[in-house]
Ligand binder design. Structure first.
Ligand code: SF4
Length: 183
């Protein structure tokens, strides 16, 4: 079992960009990511954050903390594959639910848009891998990291959450960080 805790913080988009967006600093990290050129929600091809967000005034930063229980963490220690299975059945489920909620919210808030917590997972495998156009562009939302924000600093400063990593298995918790921008 896992538990969740949600934190939300509003910020002017201008401040979000000036304090946390570093296109040059994160360029190499983006290129080294396994999703680079393999998912339409990721670079290359994602517009620069300043350009994409130019018409928006306020960002709602949303952090969902997924806290694993002891049994899950023990299971995850068996192998990297076991850790992936536990993560997929917890963090993965929460991430999908978060996106669904934000897509629904978009319908209620004219002109609003979601920045997703991680790569698009609408299809089992992204059509970009085969050089094909996106199959479900109406559900594709760019990944937060694709805009080269400092997620660690955002989570710590704005949401009061330290992002954790584990050498093996799973950390005590993971955090899905998404954003919802409004005009
Ligand atoms: S909707 Fe499918 S094809 Fe489009 S970016 Fe997402 S995973 Fe890739």
């Amino acid at each position: 079992m896992y538990t969740t805790e949600v934190r939300v913080k509003a910020l002017p988009v201008k401040e979000w960009l000036s304090r946390y967006c570093f296109p040059d600093r994160f360029r190499d990290a983006c290129c080294a990511c396994p999703d680079y050129e393999r998912n339409w929600s990721c670079p290359p091809g994602v517009p620069p954050a300043a350009e994409f967000l130019a018409g928006y005034r306020t960002v709602y930063l949303i952090g969902v903390k997924i806290v694993y229980d002891r049994a899950q963490r023990d299971r995850a220690m068996a192998s990297p594959e076991a850790a992936d299975r536990v993560r997929e059945a917890s963090y993965g489920v929460v991430k999908k639910a978060l996106l669904e909620s934000l897509l629904q919210l978009e319908r209620a808030v004219p002109g609003a848009c979601t920045v997703a917590a991680g790569r698009c997972e609408q299809c089992e495998t992204c059509s970009r891998i085969d050089g094909q156009p996106c199959r479900r562009p109406e559900r594709l939302r760019y990944s937060f990291s694709a805009f080269r924000f400092d997620l660690t600093a955002i989570a710590r400063d704005q949401l009061g959450l330290e992002l954790l990593w584990a050498g093996e298995g799973l950390p005590e918790y993971n955090v899905a960080v998404a954003a919802f921008v409004t005009r």
